[in-house]
Ligand binder design. Structure first.
Ligand code: GLN
Length: 247
């Protein structure tokens, strides 16, 4: 393929993959290959080192507290510096739920143990403790997309409550559901080309505009603006509309 190629690094694909988060990778691949854009996937697990300059997009999915505990030392030892360096250099990143929390400053989980984060996002997360109500259910948020305000739909299930610092802006405003903490009406976070969110589902298949935004952001750093030809999104739009009717 002589045209653009999207190089994706998927961190901890087996340890951090709940609610079909792997579906985001499948969605990105299909949306690229349908347009003749190449797609190269590198899966990085425990002990695999991340090369900050080798990828256009870094992805990581959600996980229960137990799995987050299982990856955090490895994340800090073999990947966090490179993730921060890559994001500072404009590499795109999409972090869902458990990864979103671990890419902040820290996550104090249900047992009270504080897991140090990779420090990509200026935010922190605290679990109110065993027995506290979880933030579970379908979610609809409003996102200021390049083409105007759009909805993002999906599912959330997290105990942690995230507080944003001044160094990030929210990804979206909650229309229904909990979002970052069920109080301040924000969902997710954005810093440079890095996006964090609590939304599973998986996220991208039902939100084609966001999927294309992530692809465009990721390709622009090496190729400049790459026009993405329209593709058949009728199924995606029907699924999005159905999710909107749920709430
Ligand atoms: N374990 C974290 C929490 O409960 C993240 C859960 C998830 O990734 N869905 O908040």
């Amino acid at each position: 393929m002589s045209g653009p190629v999207l190089r994706v690094a998927h961190l901890y694909p087996r340890l951090m993959n709940i609610y079909g988060d792997r579906g985001n990778i499948m969605c990105l691949r299909r949306r690229c290959e349908t347009r003749g854009i190449g797609f190269e996937l590198t899966e990085l697990g425990l002990r695999d080192r991340l090369d900050a300059s080798a990828h256009d997009l870094i992805f990581a999915g959600g996980a229960q507290d137990r799995e987050q505990r299982g990856v955090v030392d490895d994340l800090l030892a073999t990947k966090a510096d490179a993730v921060r360096e890559a994001v500072e250099d404009g590499v795109a990143l999409l972090a869902v739920c458990g990864a979103y929390q671990l890419f902040g400053k820290f996550y104090r989980e249900s047992s009270g143990v504080e897991l140090p984060g990779a420090g990509v996002f200026d935010l922190h997360t605290e679990h109110p403790g065993e027995g506290a109500r979880r933030c579970i259910g379908n979610i609809v948020v409003e996102w200021d997309a390049p083409a105007g305000v759009q909805t993002i739909v999906g599912f959330e299930n997290h105990g942690g409550r995230t507080r944003l610092g001044p160094g990030v802006r929210p990804l979206a405003r909650v229309r229904s559901g909990f979002g970052n903490n069920g109080e301040d009406g924000t969902e997710g976070a954005v810093y440079r080309n890095a996006i964090g969110t609590y939304i599973h589902g998986s996220l991208l298949p039902k939100n084609p505009a966001l999927a294309d935004h992530v692809i465009a952001l990721a390709l622009a750093r090496r190729y400049g603006h790459v026009p993405l030809a329209p593709i058949d999104d009728r199924a995606e739009e029907r699924a999005h509309a159905a999710a909107l009717r749920l709430k």
